[in-house]
Design a protein around this ligand. Sequence first.
Ligand code: DQA
Length: 140
Amino acid sequence: MQFLIINGPNLNLLGKRQPELYGRTSFEEYLEALRRLFPNHRIDYFQSNIEGEIIDTIQQADGKYHGLVLNAAAYSHTSIGIADAVTAVSVPVIEVHISNIYRRENFRHFTYLASRCTGTIAGLGLRGYELAIRYLESGA
Ligand code: DQA
């Protein structure tokens, strides 16, 4: 099966950015380990700090993947455009947040994506990506 992970703004800094919240592992390091966990699947990866690029990528992923794992980062709390892109495609999308957004500032408690996605995983660290793929591979 083929899956696409999409990471939004500032997640290119994982490993360096607020390690007490997001850990000390870069996403590239984690991705290597993740791909080893799923040797029979193809896991593609896209990161952008630009909202429109994330929208383009969601649109282009439709029909090409069995599932998307989307951490839109700060855009989760602000972007109707990304939420509409999720609604527009038929591929299942799992929303992931590394940190527990419900234990953080109030403005992080709402996401435009939660009501558009198949499900949301928050607060389980980088393992959230693995768990999302385990769900998607079971044929969500
Ligand atoms: C995040 C949580 C967001 O509130 C924040 O803006 C991020 C990362 C997470 O993975 O915990 O950049 O999506």
